[in-house]
Design a protein around this ligand. Structure first.
Ligand SMILES: [Ca+2]
Ligand SMILES: [Ca+2]
Length: 245
């Protein structure tokens, strides 16, 4: 009986995620592998509010977060250049790998941003290890979850219809649906990676690698194109018959 329930839950979870985005055909619009030991300033702006540090080293982006009870003076992040997606995108996707080997009290996060709007995924390690998704300042989901102690692929998918999916290591962690999520009507994006800490605990480090942002944009299929062609021919025919009257 227990096994049956587990299987049912598993199936529902997977179906929920697959129904939206996972099978889409994404084209990469922005990427960085952090492999040359210096931050590519054509791609990124460093937002260092003080006390913390950023290095591109050993093939990854490394943030060492120093705590202080003020986000505005003690957070650190890198924010990407503007990434433009075609205005008929159906889903966009942020992919990376991240590693938080010794979480203590800090929040470790990444965001997809458009102007003043953002969707953020954050691990916080105090009072216990949990993961949260925020739409602007609103917490829209939170659950307990251990931080990734090895470099772990994560994917945050945003569907135009208002479905968000969070994947970790190829497994759907959470799908949320609300057509009123911000970013649904945006065509230009930025991604941001970083962290901050409320406490005074020093030297909490997180790593990111293999960042990419991609979009799925529908391409008319041959069958659709020929239907479109027949439609246009039909219209021409109608116009001709109208004019000949
Ligand atoms: Ca670099
Ligand atoms: Ca790398």
């Amino acid at each position: 009986m227990f096994k049956k329930i587990v299987l049912m839950v598993f199936a529902v979870g997977i179906m929920h995620c697959l129904s939206g985005i996972a099978q889409a055909n994404f084209v990469t619009l922005f990427s960085d592998n952090f492999n040359d030991n210096s931050l590519d300033t054509a791609k990124w702006t460093l937002l260092d509010k003080g006390g913390s540090s950023f290095y591109e080293t050993n093939g990854s982006a490394q943030f060492t977060i120093y705590g202080s009870p003020d986000f505005n003076t003690n957070s650190i992040a890198i924010k990407s250049q503007t990434i433009n997606a075609a205005n008929n995108w159906t889903s966009v996707k942020f992919d990376t790998q991240w590693l938080i080997p010794y979480p203590v009290t800090a929040e470790y996060n990444f965001s997809v941003i458009s102007g003043a709007n953002s969707l953020k995924v954050a691990y916080s390690s105090w009072p216990y290890s949990q993961i949260s998704i925020y739409d602007n300042a609103d917490l829209i989901w939170r659950d307990t979850r251990p931080t990734p102690k090895t470099m772990t692929p994560v994917s945050f998918n945003i569907n135009r219809t208002g479905q968000l999916e969070l994947w970790e290591n190829g497994v759907c962690v959470k799908a949320l649906t609300d057509p009123k999520f911000s970013l649904m009507n945006s065509n230009s994006f930025q991604v941001q990676l970083g962290g901050w800490d409320y406490s005074g605990y020093p030297n909490q480090t997180e790593y990111f690698d293999s960042v990419s942002f991609s979009a799925n944009t529908p391409v008319p299929e041959p069958a659709t194109m020929s239907l479109l062609g027949i439609g246009i021919l039909g219209l021409i025919g109608l116009r001709k018959s109208y004019l000949s009257k």
